[in-house]
Ligand binder design. Structure first.
Ligand code: 5GP
Length: 249
């Protein structure tokens, strides 16, 4: 393989081109950022853990009929992915009120939502990733109406799958962020990653303790400590759940 060319460096990953024009290599970093990169740090082993968790979840989603950019996982912190044009939209799905939903609406932390909430945010750091209405999204031509409907449908399907998967891990899926891209055939693919960086995950065995139950990036955001252990715990439970699913087949 010829030397890799860096295509793009984001906050959590570096993307490299490969010898094949439709395939990129994503290198997961240990760097951690929060609050629009105003808080910066590093979580030891995060790159490998997040790459492993994301790979397992993408494989499971593919097995359940959801099309993703995932190809394979050649080294612990690297993922080969299909090249896509990322839509500049962050799709957030919420099952339980937390984070910005509580801050912006006053809903108490932990309120169980009657039905999942699908939200769109403009992926735009200088603007601070603002919440979009459907009309604003269409006004800015960030996606077509058909793509918005397709994304909403996929996001809810992914949510159903992930809720049940994490239940097997004794984890409650509070909320998460997805990104989608279009491949060369304009097909919508789930992209980016699904990991403790992009999900709120609460440990059921920790009861209602609002700090002890946190197994995700909120440990970094809120300086709760034991971040590496929490991420590692999620990985171990994901691996065990996947093993359980495999042995049933
Ligand atoms: P909130 O809007 O409450 O801050 O975030 C909702 C969910 O989406 C959380 O699980 C959070 O981790 C995820 N999320 C929202 N925006 C981002 C982002 O820019 N980066 C990452 N890694 N996750 C995000």
């Amino acid at each position: 393989m010829s030397a890799l060319t860096k295509l793009y460096e984001g906050k959590a990953k570096i993307l490299y081109t490969t010898d094949e024009p439709d395939i990129l290599l994503a290198d997961f970093k240990d760097d951690a950022t929060a609050f629009n990169a105003q808080k910066r740090g590093s979580i030891q082993g995060k790159g490998e853990i997040n790459c492993s968790i994301s790979s397992k979840l993408f494989q499971q989603l593919e097995a359940n009929g959801i099309k993703t950019h995932y190809i394979d996982n050649p080294t612990p912190n690297q993922m080969r992915v299909r090249a896509v044009k990322i839509l500049p939209i962050e799709v957030v799905v919420r099952n339980i009120a937390a984070g910005s939903l509580c801050q912006q609406t006053g809903l108490p932390l932990g309120t169980v939502l009657k039905q999942p909430l699908v939200e769109f945010y403009y992926k735009n750091d200088p603007l601070g990733d603002p919440l979009l209405t459907r009309d604003r999204l269409l006004l800015l031509e960030l996606a077509t109406p058909e793509q918005v409907d397709g994304i909403t449908h996929l996001a809810l399907q992914i949510n159903n799958f992930l809720i049940n998967f994490f239940k097997r891990c004794d984890i409650t899926l509070v909320d998460f962020k997805l990104e989608f891209g279009l491949d060369s055939q304009q097909q919508l693919l789930l992209a980016d990653e699904i990991s403790p960086d992009t999900c709120r995950l609460w440990d059921n065995s920790a009861g209602d303790d609002p700090n002890r139950r946190v197994l995700d990036k909120d440990r970094f955001r809120r300086d709760l400590g034991n971040i590496e252990n929490a991420y590692q715990e999620v990985l171990q439970r994901v691996l065990k759940a996947v093993e359980g699913i495999g042995s049933r087949e």
